[in-house]
Structures are given as structure tokens and as C-alpha cells.
Design a protein around this ligand. Structure first.
Ligand SMILES: [Zn+2]
Length: 325
């Protein structure tokens, strides 16, 4: 980060290029307006010249070969002896975030500052409030743009460049299982299911399926989030757990879209053969289950029957199922 030529030290600055100094606590940028190739000397300006609170008009000249350096106009502030360490700490924080550290910024700032052996003075300058924007920018560089459509979402998630987006918390699995359907025909779906969830679902005999709208994202636009869960009996603890096996963002809720999705799930889950399927009173979904698993026993739940029982039958079964996003 820092190198020396003759009596001058060079530092790579954040925005304004190279910073020149003599290790005395005063730092300079090149005065580009006065830089002429035929002049053997370069004019330098104090880096605090644009400070809103106390602008400094300090100047220096240095020879092009770095053998001579002289301050030619006094500074209006005391030397800043912690500046270089602060820059190192700042770069270390940015490196930690760009390496994919998923922890909150406050934890990263504390860990890097303490473990790196940085002084209290340097650490006290780089607070969360001061670093949040720079660290957020760095973290956003690792993420794809926000997709407008489910097709874009699937394209980004299939890109190995963004493999860091969908790992599980323990970093041993990935929750993106794939996409299916035809976006042009309105039957596109993006499936989120880790390999462990897939193992659970493949062995599930009784499954519960339901769509939810509260959790669906505003972007990319989609019809619903379709959730498949089952009750897992843990033999070791003799407890029952409700395990969510798959969350699927569906473009729309037509029978064709459901059939495409269920056939895709059956293809990636060898041996998946649920005997009982508990669904809500959504006709498109029930038809799709019957189409893909003709031998399964399909039941609908009392709660959803209560929810829809005050609506006209046509409103429940037909109109909502044909909305395409
Ligand atoms: Zn100055």
C-alpha cells in the first residue's frame, strides 16, 4: 500500500489517486494544474484543502525523481500521525467485506480492529457511522442487481459468479434448486430447496402444500410463494417437527404452472411418491396434484374451507387462478 522513492513516501488514496508524504503527518496530492512536463519539480497541495471545517492551503514541492521534498507553505493544522494506520485499517475492513464475510458490519469492525492490532486512536476514528456506506457499497458489489422478473432471478442464481448468494447458514448446502417452466407461457417457477430439504421431501408420505402472498417479494414480480412442508417424526427425540421442504416463487397460479412445477420436482426427487396431500381449496392446484400423482389421496383443509366459504364459488376457483404476472 505504501512505497518510498528517495525521501518521499507514496500512498494509494481512496479517490484522488496517489498521496505523497514524508512520514511527518502531513499529506499531499499532486497539483495537476501546475504540472508541466518540462518542470523538474512537482507542486503538491495538502489533502485537507477541501475540508469544510478548516481548509488548509499548505503546499510542497518535490523533484520528479523523489530525491528532494520541501514544504513551501505552512499548514493550518497539527500533523495527523494516525492517518496511515487509519488507511490500513480502512483497507482491511473493505478487504474483509469483499472476501464475503457475512457478519454485521459492527462485528467486522470490532474483529478486524482488535485482531489486526490496530491502535485505539485508529479504531476510534473508523466508527460504524463513518464506514457503513463504504462497506455497504463493497458488499453490494458481491450481489447481482435486483431482478425484475423471475427469469432474471433464475439467470442470476444460475451464474457461478453469484454462487455466494444462496448458501445455507452453515455454508455446506445451497438453497437454490433450479427453475422450471416457460416464462413466455406464464408457467415459470424458481425453486428454493436445499439438498437436505430435498431428502426430507423425497421421503415424505404426507405433505402439506399452500400458497402465501404476504411473503412474496415486490421484485421480481410473481404470483405467489408456494410452500411444501411435512411433519417429520424425529425418532431420537420422539418429537414431531414441521419441516418446510420447498419454497417456490411461481409466476402464476394456473393448472399448467402447477403441473410444470410438480413434474419438475418429481424429476429432481427420485422416488418421491406422497400418499396423502393436504392442499387448500384452490382448484388449479388440486387438479395439478391429481394429474401428477393420480394415486395420491388429496384432502383439503378445514381452515381454508372456512376462509373461502363466504365467497362465491366462481370467485374462489376460477378468476384468481388465471392471473398471470
Ligand atoms: Zn495541511
Amino acid at each position: 500500500m505504501q512505497w518510498r522513492v528517495g525521501v518521499v513516501y507514496f500512498l494509494q488514496g481512496q479517490r484522488d489517486g496517489v498521496i505523497y508524504h514524508q512520514n511527518d503527518g502531513y499529506f499531499y496530492h499532486k497539483h495537476h494544474d501546475l504540472d508541466r512536463p518540462d518542470n523538474p519539480f512537482i507542486t503538491l497541495r495538502c489533502i485537507k484543502r477541501k475540508s469544510l471545517t478548516s481548509p488548509c492551503w499548505g503546499l510542497a514541492v518535490m523533484s520528479r525523481d523523489g530525491s528532494h521534498f520541501e514544504c513551501t507553505r505552512h499548514h493550518t493544522h497539527p500533523p495527523d500521525v494516525w492517518n496511515i494506520e487509519e488507511r490500513f485499517l480502512r483497507q482491511s475492513l473493505i478487504n474483509a467485506v469483499s472476501s464475503g464475510d457475512p457478519q454485521p458490519f459492527s462485528v467486522i469492525i470490532r474483529n478486524v480492529g482488535m485482531r489486526g492490532g490496530f491502535s485505539f486512536e485508529a479504531r476510534s476514528r473508523l466508527t460504524l457511522a463513518r464506514m457503513r456506506t463504504a462497506l455497504t457499497d463493497e458488499r453490494m458489489r458481491l450481489l447481482p442487481p435486483i431482478p425484475n422478473t423471475l427469469f432474471e432471478l433464475a439467470t442470476y442464481l444460475n451464474d457461478p459468479l453469484f454462487a455466494n448468494v444462496t448458501p445455507t447458514i452453515d455454508n455446506t448446502d445451497n438453497i437454490f434448486a433450479g427453475a422450471c417452466g416457460d416464462f413466455g407461457a406464464g408457467t415459470f417457477s424458481v425453486v428454493f430447496m436445499s439438498r437436505r430439504q430435498a431428502t426430507h421431501l423425497a421421503n415424505a408420505i404426507v405433505i402439506f402444500a399452500d400458497g402465501t402472498f404476504k411473503k412474496k417479494p415486490k421484485k421480481p414480480r410473481c404470483g405467489q410463494m408456494f410452500v411444501i412442508s411435512y411433519v417429520w417424526y424425529n425418532e431420537q427425540t420422539t418429537c414431531k417437527h414441521i419441516v418446510t421442504c420447498a419454497r417456490i416463487l411461481m409466476q402464476c397460479r394456473t393448472t399448467e404452472a402447477y403441473i410444470e412445477l410438480l413434474q419438475y420436482l418429481r424429476a429432481i426427487l427420485p422416488g418421491w411418491n406422497p400418499q396423502t396431500i393436504m392442499a387448500d381449496h384452490e382448484l388449479a392446484q388440486v387438479h395439478a396434484w391429481m394429474h401428477v400423482f393420480p394415486n395420491a389421496n388429496i384432502t383439503t383443509c378445514l381452515f381454508h374451507f372456512e376462509v373461502v366459504s363466504h365467497l362465491p364459488v366462481s370467485a374462489v376457483y376460477s378468476t384468481a387462478d388465471k392471473i398471470v404476472y
